[in-house]
Design a protein around this ligand. Sequence first.
Ligand code: B4P
Length: 192
Amino acid sequence: MFNLILFGPPGSGKGTQSEKLVEKYGLVHLSTGNLLREEISNRTPLGMEAKNFMDKGQLVPDEVVIGMIDNSLDHHKEALGFLFDGFPRTVAQAQALDRLLELKGTEIALVLALEVSEEELVKRLLNRGKTSGRTDDTNEPVIRKRFAVYINETEPVASHYKKEKKFHSVKGEGSVDEIFNSICTVIDKKMK
Ligand code: B4P
């Protein structure tokens, strides 16, 4: 199995690049953001709880997202590998993911981080907010809060994987195809 984490701040292009990567490498795409938005649109109790956090730019509690990932892994027993998009976002989530994968006899092969400046992120998300209907993308203070949460709670996840020498970063500014090519170069080297 080849398990990849796509890492980076909100709006860095994780969702955009994931779509292209799953097509090329045949991985199962697990995006906690998409899973949460599905719960919200189905108006489930989990979705209603998550919406309160997401609308404020905060992270949804660890036990909620870890439970979702656990269920999704069980639904894809035949997968060639997983692409984790937007997960893990805290050190506790990273530790839980390591344990879940170990139980399945596998592990994370590579963590790829997209590097994008805060000003570019704000610009991209405000732009997406004009058409996406996502309430967390229309308000600049909420977007800046998401970036601050990323620095405080998510960046420490990078050290977790740097210790295991699994962490690589690529420039996340430029055209979608240029960024995709840089990501593929790192993956192909790792797969050899
Ligand atoms: P997510 O759904 O993960 O979304 P994101 O971080 O906002 O965006 P992403 O990086 O995927 O950007 P995209 O490709 O779409 O999270 C939303 C919320 O859910 C979080 O704030 C949190 O509350 C909650 N949540 C999710 N996972 C969680 C977890 N594990 N734990 C706790 N809470 C969790 O790109 C953004 C925009 O940029 C798009 O409009 C795109 O078209 C554009 N773009 C992409 N690449 C570009 C490029 N190269 N140049 C110009 N524009 C580009």
